[in-house]
Ligand binder design. Structure first.
Ligand code: UDP
Ligand code: LCN
Length: 820
């Protein structure tokens, strides 16, 4: 007889693990918990939790706790809620994986909570402890994605396309017949009235193989470089149309790939074969808020890296699309079309943002198309902050849909959204035009502002986060695929929560509760990192390309004694320069760098400091946050008598000169420092490294992944400014005795860039993703129809209501952002 099988249950649940540890070390745990309560905070951050753990005096006991299940809970806890007699803990053992518990701090009872219960409990903080509402609107996307393939290991997050290829190709090639959808896909393939790949002469899958081998026979007899036109007729008679390649050699290669797939399919060949199919001819890139221009816009409020990113992206994409068309043998029939869709701003303050159409410089076929914001048929004339654009987006998207179709003579093949507003407009356009949607966040604001969800009402007047977070949720779930610059943008790292991950579960009391907002294990997420345009940013060692004619202007900027509203402070060329450049936002923390420099005597002896950013005269600034930073900067200069070590130059918008400036500073043995409190990605880090300037950049956000600490640059923690100053001192002292220390970092930085951060790699990857997701969407159920219908409802019932709470801008009173 067989032994009875044990009943299956969740072994070692967090509750069991921690409860037994709690029993074992009862007194000491009681003590720690009561100290948390005594801190008087309602929400504890990880460092608050760890501080108390590190305060245990008895070392032996401390070690026992830390190594045990309770210590583990605290080490992995991202947030604790204090509502005596209970404390709630949100525990994240690994990126993307969350567990919730609460502990009674008097009786030491532990209960496991569902995400819903945890958030309900957290809501008491905002609603008052006696207000419990059992019927809260919950947003839950999980049921819609239940049958959808998902990754399981945190290390595979961000590599969605590889996973999807493997998973779905095993399905597609399950039996000889299951390849039928691929055959149908090739047969249906046409563009603007022209049949591509296969024609009606191959009516069934059964006919495909023999016709391919006949074509193969015919092509092997030809020299490899025979142009397509010379054998087009032969292939057409066999059932093969344009699109297979530009020469006999290339066409043969593509045919062999398909034959391999029919015989012994594998995901890599599938990806390579799809990369050869002409699928992407026109792309729309959406970035509504403005100012979006090509000259004189950087440094204007809200206009930073996103604009640089998109312009470089367009040039790289156009180049890649042209190359693809050439190799496909289609360059004489089609031109790639790329349109940047942005806002037309009639009061364009000297920029080109009031022009409807503008050619993208350095491209052949790409344009900026500007459409104004309207309300009640009236055009909005002034620029408005990105936080205030929500009331205009729906009408904007409607107008854009018809304008784009007219402009491109039909819908595009791909729409790429940028930032919250662009991604929402992209969702509305893709829904209406049935086009593949790609999202790029650049920066999700939620992680930048602590507690902006639970206390959303406090932020509402200034930021309208209720609209922004709702738009983000809708867009990230509507997208076919999402590209991010780094892993951390999706899922953070062992210690910190990712930007997308923070939308997995959160609550905005009084509005709605998100129990499954996004799943970072979804294969839609892909890391595709941008680079720096190598026409502007190239190594300081590339002597032949150096722009020495710009040196007098650069020297004037750095060293002239004139004190103007363009530059203040005086330095000479006797010391290496610590350099930084950014918008003068609070989070960029340029004032933090100035302060840490000012306080360190040794650093002031060894180096000069140069910062480029913002306006110097507060009266010239239009941005409320910038004005505060300008004032802070002037105060620091006074307080620390910085006039003779330090140069502050107003924002510089000429990229050609900026590139040479990075290199000029490298000539003098300088470094670049990026001191942001948080940085989504950090284009300046890539620019500086591409010029060979050793870089010290914040460990909070993207730069932590761009730089390998100690090898291709250094991570710094702006929350520990004195240590940053010491690290800089140590570096410059080392370099003084051994200059090769500087050169090694500079060379390794360049290697890092060439291997992972170039626009060429970016464009190839983005095209591959577009084809693969487009194909899978066709052959499988990746349309996410159910989820999209649910999102539509949420958009209509919730988002539209929230938008009504955002005041419309009053044009005649001037831009809103001046008045607080
Ligand atoms: N930039 C510039 N002049 C300035 C400040 C910034 O040209 O005075 C450019 C900088 O070279 C980079 C971009 O603006 O290309 C800033 O991008 P980043 O990703 O560093 O930050 P963001 O502004 O997007 O937050
Ligand atoms: C926005 C940011 O905040 C930066 O961190 C990025 O580098 C930039 O966009 C480009 O993606």
């Amino acid at each position: 007889t067989q032994a009875p099988r044990p009943v299956l249950r969740r072994l070692n649940s967090i509750q069991e693990r921690v409860q037994s540890a709690v029993q074992e070390h009862r007194n000491i745990i009681l003590d720690i918990l009561s100290r948390y309560v005594k801190q008087g905070r309602t929400i504890l951050q990880p460092h608050h939790l760890l501080d108390e753990l590190n305060n245990i005096v008895d070392e032996e006991k401390a070690a026992k706790i830390k190594d045990g299940a309770f210590g583990n809970l605290l080490l992995n806890c991202q947030e604790a809620i204090v509502l005596p007699p209970w404390m709630g803990f949100a525990v994240r053992p690994q990126p993307g994986i969350w567990e919730y518990v609460r502990i009674n701090v008097e009786e030491l009872m532990l209960e496991e909570l569902t995400v819903s219960e945890y958030l309900g409990y957290k809501e008491l903080l905002a609603n008052g402890t006696d207000v419990y509402d059992p019927f809260v609107l919950e947003l839950d996307l999980a049921p819609f994605n239940a049958n959808f393939p998902k990754m399981t290991r945190p290390s595979s997050i961000g590599h969605g396309v590889q996973f999807l290829n493997r998973h779905l190709s095993s399905k597609l090639f399950h039996t000889p017949e299951s390849i039928e959808p691929l055959f149908q896909f090739l047969k249906m393939h046409r563009y603007r009235g022209q049949t591509l790949m296969l024609n009606d002469r191959i009516a069934t899958l059964g006919r495909l193989r023999p016709q391919l081998s006949k074509a193969e026979d015919a092509l092997t007899k030809l020299p490899e470089n025979t142009p397509f036109a010379d054998f087009a007729r032969t292939l057409q008679d066999l059932g093969l149309e344009k699109g297979w390649g530009n020469t006999a050699g290339r066409v043969l290669d593509t045919i062999k790939m398909l034959e391999d797939l029919l015989q012994a399919p594998d995901p890599d060949t599938l990806e390579k074969f799809l990369a050869r199919i002409p699928m992407v001819f026109s792309v729309v890139i959406v970035s509504p808020h403005g100012y979006f221009g090509q000259e004189g816009v950087l440094g204007l409020p809200d206009t930073g890296g996103q604009v640089v990113y998109i312009l470089d992206q367009v040039r790289a994409l156009e180049h890649e699309m042209l190359e693809n068309l050439r190799l496909q043998g289609l360059e004489s029939i089609y031109e790639p079309q790329i349109v940047i869709l942005t806002r037309l701003i009639p009061n364009a303050i000297g920029t080109t943002c009031n022009q409807r159409v503008e050619k993208v410089m350095g491209s052949r076929f790409s344009h900026i198309l500007r459409i104004p914001f309207r309300h009640d048929g009236k055009v909005l004339k002034n620029w408005i902050s990105r936080f205030d654009v929500y009331p205009y987006l729906e009408t904007y998207a409607q107008e854009a849909a018809s304008e784009i179709c007219a402009y491109l003579s039909g819908p595009p093949d791909l729409i790429i959204g940028n930032y919250s507003d662009g991604n929402l407009v992209a969702s509305l356009l893709c829904q209406r035009l049935d086009v593949t949607q790609c999202n790029i966040a650049h920066a999700l604001e939620k992680t930048k502002y602590p507690d902006s969800d639970i206390y959303w009402e406090k932020f509402e007047k200034k930021y309208h986060f209720s609209c922004q977070f709702t738009a983000d949720l809708i867009a990230m779930n509507h997208a076919d695929f999402v590209i991010t610059s780094t892993y951390q943008e999706i899922a953070g790292n062992a210690k910190t929560v990712g930007q997308y991950e923070s939308h997995q579960a959160f609550t905005m009391p009084g509005l709605y509760r998100v129990v499954n907002g996004v799943n970072v294990f979804d294969p839609k997420f892909n890391i595709v990192s941008p680079g720096a345009d190598m026409n502007y940013y190239f190594p300081y060692t590339d002597k032949e390309r150096r722009l020495t004619r710009l040196h007098p202007a650069i020297e004037e900027l750095l060293y002239s004694s004139a004190q103007t509203d363009g530059h203040i402070g005086v330095i000479d060329n006797s010391k290496p320069i610590i350099f930084t450049m950014a918008r003068l936002d609070r989070v960029k923390n340029l004032t933090g760098l100035v302060e840490l420099y000012a306080k360190n005597k040794k650093l002031r002896e060894l180096t000069h400091l140069v910062i480029v950013g913002g306006e110097i005269d507060p009266a010239k600034s239009k941005d409320r946050e910038e004005v505060k930073e300008i004032e802070k900067m002037h105060n620091l200069i006074k307080e620390y008598s910085l006039q003779r070590n330090f140069r502050w130059i107003r924002s510089q918008t000429d990229r050609v000169q900026n590139g040479e400036l990075y290199r000029y500073l490298a000539d003098g043995g300088g470094v670049f420092v990026q001191p942001a409190l948080y940085e989504g990605f950090g284009l300046t880090v890539v620019e500086a490294m591409t010029c060979g300037l050793p870089t010290f950049a914040t460990c909070h956000g993207g730069p932590a992944e761009i730089i390998e600490h100690g090898l291709s640059g250094f991570h710094i923690d702006p929350y520990h400014p004195d240590e940053v100053a010491e690290e800089l001192v140590a570096f410059f002292e080392k370099v003084r005795s051994d200059p090769s220390v500087w050169t090694k970092i500079s060379e390794a930085a360049l290697q890092r860039i060439y291997s992972s951060f170039t626009w060429k790699l970016y464009a190839e990857r983005l095209m591959t993703l577009t084809r693969v997701y487009g194909f899978w969407k066709y052959v499988s159920n990746l349309h996410r129809r159910e989820a999209r219908r649910y999102l539509e409802m949420f958009y209509i019932l919730k988002f539209r209501e929230l938008v009504k709470t955002v005041p419309l801008s009053k044009d005649d009173e001037g831009p809103e952002e001046i008045t607080e």
